[in-house]
Design a protein around this ligand. Structure first.
Ligand code: ATP
Length: 214
């Protein structure tokens, strides 16, 4: 198969979007030569507690964060936010695959913590037939490589391999490990502690203005 451009999606709750989401992916884009990363905020996540901010507030924060990065890398796909149904990644990627066609390389960016839970995601094997999985380093989750046995035959050390096939590979990227999580940020905001290095300036301003996470 010929080499083709890899399109990468970045799914999440983004409650709120933070520097631990943005900076590793900016580094990843350089490593893997991604021209675009499509942020895919979910509306009603199935595998976790429901978000505190509304879908619209999370969308607004994502837009503001993208503007703050001042790079052309990110765009937003709002399809899950507009869906009346709970967000099922496999269904979302079925619809993405229909749009991009059967041969376009498509990737889903996740953090190392999500790679650990991936086997429990709904129809995770089918998801791997629809996209590649691109994993960003996340502190405290680096030493679980034995849990990756189920994807052993899919792991690649060569990111360009993902450009030669539409789906099915798992690439673990050496991105900067940032100990930032949305739950810690929500906790800090509730405790009225500063989050200056954790959020972009406009997202911080929006959270204050909307009185979020108090
Ligand atoms: P919460 O703390 O509420 O669980 P979160 O910070 O993990 O939230 P999500 O929106 O749930 O954020 O995550 C979306 C994706 O981003 C997931 O695949 C997650 O692994 C990844 N991610 C989040 N924070 C980081 C980080 N600091 N480094 C690398 N990946 C991250």
């Amino acid at each position: 198969m010929a080499k083709r451009l890899l399109t990468a999606f970045y799914g999440g709750t983004f409650d709120p979007i933070h520097n631990g989401h943005l900076q590793p992916v900016i580094a990843l884009a350089k490593l893997v030569n991604l021209k675009r990363v499509i942020i895919l905020p979910n509306k009603i996540p199935l595998h976790r507690k429901q978000p505190q901010a509304t879908p619209n507030q999370r969308l607004m924060m994502t837009r503001l964060a993208i503007a703050d990065t001042q790079c052309e890398l990110f765009i937003i796909d709002e399809r899950e936010l507009h869906s009346p149904k709970p967000s099922l990644t496999v269904e979302t990627f079925k619809s993405i695959r229909r749009e991009y066609g059967p041969i376009a390389p498509i990737g889903l960016i996740i953090g190392q913590d999500s790679l650990l839970t991936l086997p429990q995601w709904h129809r995770s094997q089918e998801l791997l037939e629809l996209c590649h999985i691109i994993v960003c380093t996340r502190p405290c989750y680096q030493h679980y490589s034995s849990s990756y046995l189920w994807i052993e035959n899919r792991l690649t050390n060569d990111p360009t391999a993902m450009c030669y096939q539409p789906a099915g590979l798992v690439y673990c990227a050496a991105t900067p490990a940032l100990a930032i999580s949305a739950s810690e940020i929500r906790w800090r905001l509730h405790a009225i502690l500063p989050c200056c290095d954790l959020l972009t300036p406009s997202v911080q301003g929006y959270i204050l203005e909307q009185g979020l996470y108090r």
